[in-house]
Design a protein around this ligand. Structure first.
Ligand code: GDP
Ligand code: CA
Length: 318
């Protein structure tokens, strides 16, 4: 089984999917977004990879939804005393340990995929975690008068400044990280996590070769809507959708991914009970709508959602 995912929504869902797959004797490979990656104080940070790593390892701070549980921020305070750092981007002490290890390995010549493998080896994740690419292809946000890194727009400005466009310089020359094309080729099921469709899933699909590999795969492709009742749940996905001209709705995102029969990605699309009224519109796109509870409020609900996604895949024709 292969999952395409971002950070918060992606890692929450991945834990449920891993548990369900493990019960069935299968294996999960997660292809994780790296377009949020950035350099801070000379350290390489991979927000979505780290959320996935900590989530699968069971060491994520569940309340905040990111970072390590029980972390402290002594180092960040110390850096502030030196006039370094940004008050909108705090990194915990344990989290900084991850970034220092990652950067040390990168500086020592270890490639990005091998670094993620080393980080993954620390805990029994019960899944294979792959970065989407080894290339630096961060998302930049064009605000008209200036262009800033996605992370600054998202975290500092809480997506309140209206973007003109997103760009991922270097994406055209990027290649999928080792193992990705093989995983997609051998997948029995491909799942699109309830992640940001533009800046998490959209960037993974933009890595040359990834979309093509999914289209070429005989495996059914199932997605879980990140939009419930016309709202982006947690986060500001509505702004991202507006920028690419899609409606912030379950059917809007389905249209963005497209129907398999129509040159798009989806065989089936899980939508919330609140959005049952959009089922006909989704069917009209050529995608099979499956109405289910989509709130990942706790682990049992998340496992049930993962199980529903696999059931939808089993009945999807491809
Ligand atoms: P990020 O990289 O940290 O922004 O996280 P992702 O891209 O993986 O996921 C963010 C998206 O997850 C949000 O925009 C929400 O739409 C979605 N999301 C968060 N919680 C839930 C939930 O409980 N259910 C569903 N269906 N979607 C959720
Ligand atoms: Ca992210």
């Amino acid at each position: 089984m292969v999952l395409l995912a971002g950070g918060a929504g992606g890692s929450t869902f991945a834990v449920g999917l891993r548990d369900v797959i493990a019960e069935r004797g299968g294996h999960l490979t997660v292809i994780c977004n790296t377009a949020d990656d950035l350099w801070v104080h000379g350290l390489r940070i991979q927000p979505d990879v780290d959320s996935m790593l900590y989530g699968l390892a069971g060491v994520k701070d569940r309340e905040r939804g990111w970072g390590r549980a029980g972390d402290s921020d002594r180092v960040s305070h110390e850096l502030a005393e030196w006039g370094l750092g940004w008050d909108w981007f705090t990194l915990g002490d344990l989290d900084l340990g991850t970034h220092i290890a990652r950067t040390a390995w990168l500086r020592g010549g270890v490639d990005v995929a091998a670094v993620v493998e080393r980080l993954s080896a620390r805990w029994p994740l019960g899944a294979t975690l792959l970065p989407m690419t080894q290339a630096e292809v961060s998302t930049f946000v064009d605000l008209g008068d200036e262009t800033i890194h996605f992370q600054e727009w998202w975290t500092r400005y809480r997506a309140k400044r209206e973007p003109v466009a997103f760009a991922n310089p270097g994406m055209d020359a990027a290649t999928p990280a080792p193992g990705i094309l093989e995983a997609l080729e051998q997948a029995d099921v491909i799942v699109l996590a309830p992640s940001n469709p533009v800046v998490s899933i959209g960037t993974i699909l933009a890595v040359p070769g990834v979309r093509e590999a999914i289209l070429a795969s005989p495996a059914p492709v199932v997605g879980v809507s990140p939009i419930i009742g016309g709202s982006p749940v947690r986060g500001m996905a509505d702004v991202c959708l507006r920028v690419v001209g899609a409606e912030c709705s379950a059917s809007g995102v389905a249209g963005l991914y497209g129907a398999r029969d129509d040159g798009g990605l989806l065989d089936a699309w899980l939508i919330a009970e609140e959005d049952a009224g959009e089922a006909a519109a989704i069917e009209g796109l050529g995608i099979r709508p499956v109405v289910r509870p989509l709130w990942m409020r706790d682990v049992p609900l998340t496992r049930a959602l993962a199980s529903d996604a696999l059931a939808a895949a089993a009945t999807a024709t491809s």
